[in-house]
Design a protein around this ligand. Structure first.
Ligand SMILES: C[S@@+](CC[C@H](N)C(=O)[O-])C[C@H]1O[C@@H](n2cnc3c(N)ncnc32)[C@H](O)[C@@H]1O
Length: 268
């Protein structure tokens, strides 16, 4: 099977087992310097009244944030490859089951695409970017949150170190997304790319922090015993960090934007 096929099969199995896992892991977080979640931050970047595509919408937290921000659900569309995630959604916005590289949407039918924690799960990004270039109208926009790595020096980083021997996934990420210049190159067919770092504060009681970090894809195949041992080692490891029962935990993300599709030297 191809790398993209391996990634899709792995992700479909994970999300079939546990729809809504991403929302439960990150929705309680607050983007540092704001009082909102990364879902709300992304929703705020879609222009009012726009026809918005939420690419790889999962169970619809960005769609929910868009509706809460005043968008008409009939102007929104969510797409995801996981039938179970789509079925778990409660949003009034319509959803379609499809792969990101084969969108069942008309050419130039979308004003803005938002995508949260998904484009780094697509090992072959070029056909996805080409599909976005097709469905986004000239002058439309893209705002995508990618990443999901640990912040420095707190519970997430300690989890990553402890869990390392257990983590197993097929290759999920297009290698270009590891560096800023690679991100710019990968998204360049859409237009001029801007990027900035986001830290999400996910501090909380040990149980809440564990439920966030243990949603890691790489633990999907770990045994119950391994998870129990990891949970115990994690609790011991972060005990010195806790202040009044609150364990600091930060997730590092990157916001990638194309403000005007069809601009920039590489855009055709
Ligand atoms: C980490 S979850 C994020 C879900 C949601 N955007 C959120 O942040 O809560 C990644 C989602 O991407 C979807 N996905 C992964 N690869 C995909 C692809 N090639 N096409 C469409 N959806 C895909 C998965 O089914 C899953 O729902």
């Amino acid at each position: 099977m191809s790398t993209a096929g391996d990634a899709e099969a792995f992700l479909r199995a994970y999300h079939a087992r546990d729809p809504g896992a991403t929302r439960r892991a990150v929705a309680r977080g607050r983007v540092v310097g704001t009082d909102g979640s990364s879902y709300q931050l992304l929703a705020a970047l879609a222009p009012p009244g726009a026809r918005v595509l939420d690419l790889a919408c999962g169970d619809g937290p960005v769609l929910d944030a868009l509706v809460a921000a005043g968008h008409d659900p009939a102007r929104l569309i969510g797409v995801d490859v996981s039938a179970e995630e789509l079925a778990a959604a409660i949003t009034a916005a319509p959803r379609l089951r499809a792969r990101a590289d084969a969108l069942p949407l008309a050419t130039a039918s979308i004003d803005a695409c938002v995508s949260h924690l998904a484009l780094m799960l697509m090992p072959d990004l070029d056909p996805v970017i080409a599909e976005l270039r097709r469905v986004l109208r000239p002058g439309g926009r893209l705002a995508a949150v990618i990443g999901g790595g640990p912040g420095l020096g707190d519970a997430f980083e300690r989890f990553a170190e402890l869990a390392q021997p257990l983590l197993r996934t097929p290759p999920l990420t297009d290698r270009r997304l590891r560096r800023a210049d690679g991100i710019a190159a990968a998204f360049a067919p859409l237009g001029a790319v801007t990027q900035r770092d986001l830290d999400v504060d996910l501090a909380g009681p040990i149980d809440a922090v564990w439920s966030t970090v243990s949603a890691h894809y790489g633990l999907a195949g770990a045994s119950a015993t391994d998870l129990l041992l990891l949970r115990t080692a994690f609790a011991t490891s972060v005990a010195d960090l806790a202040v009044d029962g609150v364990v600091p935990c930060t997730m590092h993300l990157r916001l990638v934007e194309v403000a005007e599709v069809g601009t920039g030297s590489a855009a055709g």
